[in-house]
Design a protein around this ligand. Structure first.
Ligand code: HEC
Length: 152
């Protein structure tokens, strides 16, 4: 049988753990007011605006390219011609080892690879507005895929 005195430290640890969980919960409640429906709608609109911009870029819309100062293709081929409905872009598999580049790559690396190689266009700023919009559109189009990073 366990010596009852040995149990005290365990009980003490449990009490401290429970107390900190409780404190954490109170802290979270105190600092995280639920968002209002209006706020959520505004956040969604910001996101969908990016998705629409990315959609336009993905389909080779010259006006959107001009506005954002990018040239995604020099061949006349838009992303959507090789990737209809963003097929085979596999955003949920990144980051992963990418054979074509022979390196560990993010989705943004691969978007730039496609701009530079098949499209013969000019690489875009990985943190710029065109990249963010393309990323938003590609993720949104694949929103029901299960995350599976590293998959090939
Ligand atoms: C001429 C055809 C063509 C065009 C146009 C094209 N791609 Fe690709 N794309 C490919 C090929 C080929 C691959 C490599 C396929 C593979 O191995 O997964 C690829 C792969 C990708 C991948 C990575 C897929 C993966 O799982 O590794 C992404 C992301 C991607 N393209 C995005 C784009 C974007 C964004 C554009 C437009 C700027 C674009 N592509 C234009 C042919 C094209």
């Amino acid at each position: 049988m366990t010596n009852p005195r040995r149990r005290y430290p365990l009980i003490a640890v449990a009490v401290v753990a429970l107390a900190s969980v409780g404190a954490g919960a109170r802290w979270a409640v105190a600092h995280k007011e639920p968002h209002t429906a209006e706020q959520l709608a505004a956040f969604q609109e910001v996101f969908m605006e990016q998705v629409r911009t990315g959609d336009a870029l993905f389909h080779g819309d010259a006006e959107t390219e001009k506005k954002l100062g990018v040239k995604l293709s020099a061949t006349g081929m838009a992303c959507a011609m090789c990737h209809p409905y963003t097929s085979d872009t596999h955003p949920h598999e990144f980051p992963k080892f990418q054979e074509q580049m022979n390196e560990f790559a993010t989705l943004r690396d691969m978007i730039n690879w496609c701009i530079e190689k098949p499209n013969e266009g000019e690489k875009i700023d990985p943190d710029g507005p065109a990249m963010k919009a393309l990323e938003a559109y590609i993720y949104w189009s694949n929103r029901h895929s299960k995350l599976d990073p590293g998959r090939h």
